[in-house]
Design a protein around this ligand. Structure first.
Ligand SMILES: Cc1cc2nc3c(=O)[nH]c(=O)nc-3n(C[C@H](O)[C@H](O)[C@H](O)COP(=O)(O)OP(=O)(O)OC[C@H]3O[C@@H](n4cnc5c(N)ncnc54)[C@H](O)[C@@H]3O)c2cc1C
Length: 643
């Protein structure tokens, strides 16, 4: 059997401290090299992205006294996709006294990620989680409170404790406003300069170090270089490679993909999270999907008719003719099993012909019991804005009829490979938030992305980047340096090339077709034959793209078709690597379900003997696979069970 890749040298994370797991982060902080405050003023750091990860990092680095320049493509940092996060943020505070602890959050996250994440990183994440809540409360983030005044929590999938802090159904928005305030404070203090409506289109590498970026001003079309001592990418996830996802329409892979082409390894690209509770696709006209937060599974019960082909309205189906399949199959966690498990269970009942709604691609999420038990006011206080959103989109009232939900692409666990210090394989290039691959293994638990983004931005990076910058300031790079001139030239040429095709097919039609290939073959279930077929189809479609795409307008002004064309061109290249990664990993784990590798009852079957590693891909034709072995000293990898 031939695979379209070659294998290179193994990869080792040399930044991770040794010693007892629980002491590693403290030791790293207390023994890492420091930059004294007077020297920080002489060091320039570029942060690309102003979502929760980038916004918190830029604010904190500014506060420390570095010269920070922060970029985003939106018209304001407040519009970063982080604003969409609904359900909450995890932290091992144990306010409920229900048995939570740093160790338990660590355990849940390692197990939830199907034993494909690093123990050291995850332990640090669990430790730092408690500091995040304090930081955000101090900023004035209005977390929900109980009657007595304590912060309230709720439960999320893959946990039997209640550790998710929330601000109604708008947690991301409130956290982002906190980070944004901190960022604007530094903008006012002069330590951070904010560049909105600028898109990073390449990374500048000089003498093996990341020394700057090439950006396009999206309103004037001007392409320029910005040079610095270090570059931080906080550019979010790439779920939009599937065209339809719960991500904001602008989310893309360009920044990380361009860095990958310059030498940064891309890790576990095939690890995609499919979220079980989204509003089902309603037709070909749609350009995005809407999430119904996992928090709804605290009180909503998931069911389908027990009999295939039962088309009665939900209210006419008596209790004994319903199948609450998550509660039946996973009694210990019930409706709060992790996302990968719930999504597959939903798909399975729909494949059996028991799905509801148009095309049978849906299951019920029913609040009748919760409404009877808690009353409408309490349910509205917890989920009111989500119910309203559902009604506005579907025209159905979830207070009187169950919601209909179906899985959709939501998050990408893969991303640029980073070491314990969050540094990529290019010295001086750091990657944080959803853009890196670091902490979630093969499946992220709900409410852990906000935790990771803010851990990276407020606490981890500001400490670890000092170890690198302590050797700076690095020799000044001249704007005329050949590496700068060639990166700028390549960006301009690519823009010209896209405009010059002048074909007859819209960017969106290509993106839609690419998304369908990815969903069919690299989505909830993957097979050897399907992935090989997908690689062939992606290559053919990419060729067609470069001969038929039509990009109206020019490059010297605001041109959203041109922006989208550049992003879709990068999605094509990423899509192929995702399929290669999925093809080579012949085990199932977390969100990566290979039909050939399942237990008799249809659960994901890992192959620890052969695949207990991070797959880090070096750019090339063919791509080169570097394996980073995963070592489990504290958690024993077992077949995950939520029953
Ligand atoms: C609908 C929805 C609900 C969610 N709810 C939750 C939840 O309740 N709890 C939870 O933990 N997680 C949740 N998540 C996941 C979570 O929101 C994200 O993983 C997280 O917010 C990502 O933050 P980030 O800072 O890494 O990236 P983002 O917030 O995506 O920010 C990316 C930034 O990078 C910039 N950028 C990107 N590319 C470029 C470029 N080339 N040039 C310049 N700038 C660029 C953008 O302008 C933006 O500022 C949810 C996700 C979705 C889709």
């Amino acid at each position: 059997m031939t695979y379209p890749f070659v294998e290179g040298e193994p990869l080792v994370d040399r930044a991770v401290p040794d010693g007892p797991l629980a002491e590693r982060w403290t030791r790293r902080r207390s023994t890492g090299r420091l930059v004294n405050p007077a020297n920080r003023r002489k060091l320039d750091v570029i942060v690309v992205g102003s979502g929760l990860a980038g916004g918190s990092a830029a604010a904190t680095l500014g506060e420390l006294g570095y010269n920070v320049r922060c970029y985003c493509y939106q018209d304001s940092p407040r519009r970063a996709h982080s604003i969409a996060a609904q359900g909450g943020i995890n932290a091992a505070k144990n306010y409920r006294n229900d048995g939570d602890s740093v160790e338990r959050l660590f355990h849940d996250t390692i197990k939830g990620g199907d034993f494909r994440a690093r123990e050291s990183n995850v332990y640090r994440l669990a430790e730092v989680s408690v500091e995040i809540i304090d930081q955000c409360v101090a900023q004035g983030v209005p977390f929900a409170r109980e009657y007595g005044g304590l912060l309230d929590t709720r439960s999320f999938g893959g946990a039997q404790v209640s550790r998710t802090f929330y601000a109604r159904g708008q947690t991301g928005q409130q956290l982002l406003l906190g980070a944004y305030q901190a960022l604007e404070r530094q903008v006012n203090a002069g330590t951070v300069t904010m560049h909105t409506r600028h898109e990073m289109l390449d990374l500048i590498v000089v003498d093996g170090r990341a020394r700057g970026i090439v950006v396009r001003d999206l309103t004037t079309g001007a392409v320029t270089a910005d040079l610095a001592d270090a570059v931080v990418l906080a550019t979010g996830g790439y779920g939009n490679v599937f065209h339809l996802s719960t991500n904001a329409k602008g989310c893309n892979v360009t920044a990380t993909w361009r860095a990958h082409r310059r030498g940064a390894y891309f890790a576990n690209p095939c690890f995609t999270q499919i979220h079980p509770t989204c509003i089902p696709v309603s037709g070909d006209h749609q350009s995005k999907l809407t999430l119904m937060s996992e928090s709804l599974r605290n009180d909503g019960r998931v069911w389908v008719p027990a009999r295939a082909g039962d088309t009665r309205p939900p209210g006419a189906i008596p209790e004994e003719e319903r199948d609450y399949f998550l509660e039946r199959r996973y009694p210990a966690y019930g409706n709060l099993v992790p996302r990968d498990i719930a999504s597959r269970a939903v798909k399975a009942v729909c494949d059996e012909g028991r799905g509801v709604g148009p095309g049978g691609r849906g299951v019920y999420l029913d609040f009748a019991d919760a409404l009877a038990r808690l009353g409408r006011d309490t349910v509205a206080a917890r989920y009111g804005n989500l119910f309203e959103m559902y009604e506005r989109i579907t025209g159905e009232d979830p207070y009187t009829a169950p919601m209909r939900i179906y899985p959709a692409v939501h998050y990408t666990m893969g991303g640029l490979w980073v070491d314990y210090d969050l540094q990529s394989t290019i010295p001086g290039l750091f990657v944080i938030g959803e853009a890196n691959f670091s902490d979630h293994g093969a499946n992220r638990l709900g409410a852990s992305a906000l935790m990771q983004g803010l851990a990276d931005g407020y606490f981890v990076l500001p400490n670890t980047i000092g170890g690198y910058l302590a050797d700076g300031p690095f020799p000044r790079v001249s704007p005329d340096d050949p590496a700068v001139a060639s990166a700028v030239g390549e960006v301009r040429d690519r823009i010209e090339r896209l405009l010059a095709v002048d074909g007859d097919r819209s960017v969106d039609s290509f993106h839609r077709e690419l998304g369908r290939i990815m969903w069919d073959h690299c989505g909830m279930e993957r097979t050897d034959a399907g992935l090989r077929k997908a690689i062939g189809e992606i290559r053919a479609l990419r060729e067609e793209f470069w001969t038929r795409v039509r990009v109206p307008g020019d490059g010297a002004s605001l041109n959203q078709s041109l922006e989208r064309a550049g992003r879709v061109a990068d999605f094509f290249e990423l899509a192929e690597l995702m399929c290669v990664d999925a093809l080579h990993r012949t085990e199932s784990c977390g969100g990566h379900f290979r039909a050939e590798s399942q237990t008799p009852d249809g659960e994901a079957l890992r192959d620890d003997a052969r695949f207990s590693y991070v797959a880090a891909w070096e750019y090339g034709s063919p791509p080169v696979l570097h394996k980073e072995e995963l070592v489990f000293e504290h958690e024993k990898p077992t077949q995950r069970s939520y029953s």
